[in-house]
Design a protein around this ligand. Structure first.
Ligand code: MSP
Length: 512
């Protein structure tokens, strides 16, 4: 069996409930997973939660809970996102699981065996919120921030195990050179390269001042640094170290999706740990941008944190999914606002797609008792609708393979606009008046085929709507069984099958 396509999201801290940032990466990963399945690949899609570390321990304490009680109470909010947003993850990993402990211990031992771990003393600063040791330059930057706005940092002096990160400076630079696709988008690679060129110091990978973590094998006074623990989830999730068959089937990961703030951990530390342990490196780390909310940074103190449960309640999962991936080029920052969602719904979903589907199916109900008509001779215009679809499919596929969601959606919506224009120009209502049944049937048959193609392509983005349209087209098999290659066969909707116009797919929102 050929290797599965393996896609991951970051694992989320359980000291807080999910917000738009979490939903964003998870939705993006889901669209990739669904699209890869559509191409005929077997896929493994992993998400989960990061449950160890000082931050979780402190948050639990201040809530009068034990860390595991906190984790158990928050984790369901993350697990329930899958149902809420129609996420098709194959597994959900929690770093407090036994399988993960075994995996972290194993990779730690391998790295130790490679001679890359030594005991020394760490003296410096630690950023608790980001669970990161702070370099001299970072400290200067932090000190420039007014004290009340500055993230909480702590002076640390303790015995610590170190990882010989410095040893991997050259091998990492070589890897980036040989595999420039390792960090995407491309402009992010430069940041990573200059960070590494700036010099890598050995990394403290254990702590003794708190206990909420996986103990260092052989020295339980120390717990393993939370990022060493967390990054390892990506191999635990595919069976490391015990299930070799599953591991070989899935590893290396094809893409780790991450936010830009955690790129360094994924593109520098993680590959260094893997090199040391003698494990293959993931193929790509893709860093996406950050959302602001109505022009402002999202933060608890501003009280503007976007709750995915609320957005879905108001707009539905499909609209949320579509908006997040259409609004900004994947990789760049963007702004979230209700007015921006409403503009997309009214302009693109209701007017563009919804209108095309409802007027077409309405006319088939009216003129052909709901049965998809037989086509007669195809004219130039009809053939163009088909040829444009085939050309569009190629571009769409290429853009999806590049993880350029917004481009793929623009490509698809340009085609929808083209088909809507074809409808206007062919004017089926006039053909009906003229009793030109042959032309009327051919035109409506053509439009229905175009809708079939569009439906298969929107399925990864808007699964609920695609299933609805598919049912209304009267297609017998489930859309889930359809492949991209089926979309390339012009004639998905068979003559004679029964369509149903149904209720409006995307009701318009009042702009106010
Ligand atoms: N636990 C670590 C990841 C470990 S992965 C081995 C972590 N967790 S997190 O819960 O704090 O953040 C998860 C993700 O949310 C990050 O990828 C981060 O970029 C993303 N976002 C947080 N706020 C965001 C926005 N405002 N906009 C977009 N994404 C944002 O980091």
């Amino acid at each position: 069996m050929s290797k599965s396509f393996y896609v991951t999201t970051p694992i989320y801290y359980v000291n807080d409930v999910p917000h738009i940032g979490h939903a964003y990466t998870t939705i993006a990963a889901d669209v990739i997973a669904r699209f890869k399945r559509l191409q005929g690949n077997s896929v493994f899609f992993l998400t989960g939660t990061d449950e160890h570390g000082q931050k979780i321990e402190t948050t639990a304490q201040s809530n009068g809970m034990t860390p595991i009680e906190l984790a158990d109470s928050v984790v369901t909010r993350f697990q329930d996102l899958s149902g809420l947003l129609n996420i098709t993850n194959d597994d959900f990993i929690r770093t407090t699981e036994e399988r993960h402990k075994i995996s972290v211990e194993e990779i730690f031992r391998r790295v130790e065996k490679a001679g890359d771990i030594y005991l020394s003393e760490y003296e410096g600063w630690y950023d608790v919120r980001n669970e990161a040791f702070i370099t001299e330059t970072q400290l200067e930057e932090l000190m420039a921030i007014p004290e009340d706005k500055r993230p909480k940092i702590e002076k640390v002096k303790e015995e610590s195990y170190f990882f010989r990160l410095s040893k991997y400076q050259e091998p990492l630079l070589e890897h980036y050179k040989k595999h420039p696709e390792f960090v995407q988008p491309r402009y992010r690679l430069n940041e990573v390269v200059s960070f590494v060129e700036g010099g890598l110091r050995d990394l403290s990978i254990s702590r003794t001042t708190f206990t909420w973590g996986i103990p260092v094998p052989g020295n339980p006074k120390h717990v393993i640094y939370v990022w060493f623990d967390a990054l390892t989830n990506y191999i635990t999730g595919v069976g490391f170290p015990k299930n070799e068959e599953m591991f070989n089937q899935n590893w290396p990961a094809d893409v780790h999706l991450v936010g830009k703030d955690i790129l360094r951990f994924h593109a520098v530390y993680w590959p260094a740990f893997l090199m040391s342990a003698g494990i293959e490196l993931p193929k790509t780390v893709f860093a996406h941008g950050w959302w602001t909310v109505e022009g402002e940074k999202m933060s608890k103190s501003l009280g503007n944190v976007v709750d995915p449960y609320q957005v879905v309640d108001e707009f539905g999962a499909d609209v949320f999914r579509y908006f997040l991936l259409r609004e900004i080029p994947f990789g760049q920052d963007g702004d979230f606002s209700k007015s921006a969602i409403v503009a997309r719904v009214n302009g693109e979903l209701a007017n563009g797609l919804g209108n095309l589907v409802s007027r077409t199916l309405g006319m088939i109900e009216k003129y052909f008792d709901g049965q998809v008509p037989e086509p007669e001779e195809l004219f130039e215009d009809d053939k163009n609708v088909r040829d444009q679809a085939l050309a569009m499919l190629d571009v769409f596929e290429k853009e999806m393979d590049e993880i350029a969601f917004h481009k793929a959606l623009v490509t698809l919506w340009d085609y929808i606009a083209y088909v809507n224009k074809y409808v206007d120009e062919s004017a089926p209502w006039t053909l009906a008046k003229e009793k030109n049944e042959a032309r009327l049937g051919t035109v409506l048959w053509t439009i229905v085929q175009a809708i079939g193609v569009v439906t298969i392509l929107i399925h990864p983005f808007m699964p609920e709507s695609a299933e609805k349209i598919w049912d209304r087209l009267g297609c017998p098999e489930s859309i889930n069984s359809k492949l991209l290659s089926d979309a390339k066969e012009w004639g998905i909707a068979k003559s004679g099958q029964l369509v149903e116009k149904g209720q409006s797919l995307f009701p318009r929102f009042d702009d106010k």
